[in-house]
Ligand binder design. Structure first.
Ligand SMILES: [Zn+2]
Length: 136
């Protein structure tokens, strides 16, 4: 199995959680897999997730993917999975995901529908902190 890359948001590689849940969209319940940067209990992760996927392997792949970041008009193409994306809508820019029917704002469990979505793009590459050489 593919190894998990560090969290694209907080850079942590410890405390990443691969989990399956029963995800409910409207009246349909699906078992889906996700990778979380675990923020529960005493964990110090940032709570980021890769969205929900059909298999564990797909979830890991999505977590590890570092997609090119540019706006994709919805009229051209919609996201292929429920990975987190940036969304341009009439109200500005939001963070959310595509559930296969419409865009939702925020985390995967909020179910707040975003109206008039114009475009979306994958999240940008994380900022990689570099240690500055001493004596420079
Ligand atoms: Zn994180």
């Amino acid at each position: 199995m593919e190894e998990l890359k560090p969290c694209p948001f907080c850079g942590r590689s410890h405390g990443l959680l691969i989990t399956s849940i029963h995800h409910r969209i409207d009246d349909i319940t699906l078992e889906q897999w996700s990778v979380f940067c675990d923020a529960s209990g005493c964990k110090v992760g940032c709570g980021a997730s890769c969205g929900y996927h059909k298999t564990k392997e797909e979830a890991i792949e999505a977590w590890n993917r570092r997609a090119k970041t540019q706006w994709v008009p919805c009229s051209e193409r919609l996201p292929e999975d429920s990975s987190p994306v940036l969304i341009t809508h009439r109200g500005g820019v939001s963070y959310g995901w595509y559930n296969g029917r419409y865009f939702e704002r925020g985390a995967n469990t909020n179910h707040r529908k975003l109206q008039t979505v114009i475009a979306w793009m994958p999240l940008p590459e994380p900022y990689l902190e570099r240690k500055i050489d001493e004596g420079d």
